[in-house]
Ligand binder design. Sequence first.
Ligand code: GDP
Length: 423
Amino acid sequence: APDTGLLRFITCGSVDDGKSTLLGRLLYDAGMVPDDQLVALARDSRKLHAESPDALDFSLLTDGLDAERQQGITIDVAYRYFHTPRRSFIVADCPGHEQYTRNMATGASTAQLAVVLVDARKGLLPQTRRHSYICALMGIRQVILAVNKMDLVDAREDIYAAITHEYRELADQLGLTSVHCLPVIAPGGDNVGKASSRLPWYQGPTLLELLESADTTVAQAEDFRMPVQWVNRPDASFRGYAGTVCGGRLAVGSEIVVQPAMRRARVERIVTADGDLSEAVAGQAVTLTLDREIDASRGDVIADAARPAPVADQFAAHVLWMGDESLLPNRAYWLKIGSRTVNARITSIKHKVDVNTQAELAARRLDLNEVGYCNIDLDHAIPFESYADSRTLGGFILIDRTTHATVGCGMLDFALRRASNVH
Ligand code: GDP
């Protein structure tokens, strides 16, 4: 089968739902556990579970982070790479505790799909709702709901049906457009890498098959956009603008505009490590040379001259607060978007969102892990897209100017005031 690209996904679940076991089993079924590691796994499993000496405890393959968790060390997301003959995967494994919502948001911000795990005995929990809301907020549209521990509810189809029915209602509310559900028994690998004789009423694809056939496209601007990462100027004869195309396509000879200053030029060369291209498309890292010397620097956006990005300095945006100290309106933060950093103030919090129920509540401040819908004021106008159209040009982080810590992430919704130099 052809290689169908790279899928980035995230796994979400509450503690003890079986996340580590499921992920370990997935790696095993994908053939990603080498022999020496299998020998160690058998030995460690025997040591821990004297009552069942022949069973493998797959959670040991992925539980490396647990020690850190127990010591209360703030951890980031663990990214794991694996592949099957059909596709490559990067999975962000995010801890389930509430205090780690910020890590989950980080993992979700680059993912195209979420595997949401629930324990069949418990059904949907507040965490299930919170994780699904955060995934939707961060732009994930595809979810696989894995109802785990089906062996502990006698593999009853009616229990599975009730949970999936409730989840589909939630997914509808959240705008999660593609939802696949399946029953699994993580330790046995039932419906993980192979069909299950213990769950004969389920005839659908396995988890691995669903991951192999998921949509890998991401929301990106239709028109050409490239944030300038750096200006490459090895000598006086060469000046190139390096970056990764984040929307549309560009051909040699195209007319572009450097935003926000709106300087126009034509593309002379599209240079890559593997030689020149006649055309570049979204996802490619390139260096552009132009037909005239113009002033462009890191943070600027090069765009299609006929269809430039809108430019604005006031926005409505969702903000997920990650700071230990509360977000206070009118305090100055650095806002980093694309490759640009500007000064920003949250001028008002319109409401905060109860992440468990999606109810909108009045708020004067945002605390750690809270989500608010805010008005933001920048000291410079920037080219942008709404987050729904472009994660690169619509997603930002907020940085504390004293500690330099990342204290929030946000998603631009729309401009409250457009800059006047754009038509
Ligand atoms: P995590 O905290 O979500 O990573 O959960 P773990 O993977 O550590 O699993 C928690 C416990 O549930 C462990 O004792 C697992 O062996 C057990 N477990 C996980 N999945 C299943 C399942 O499908 N059936 C049964 N019977 N036990 C399971």
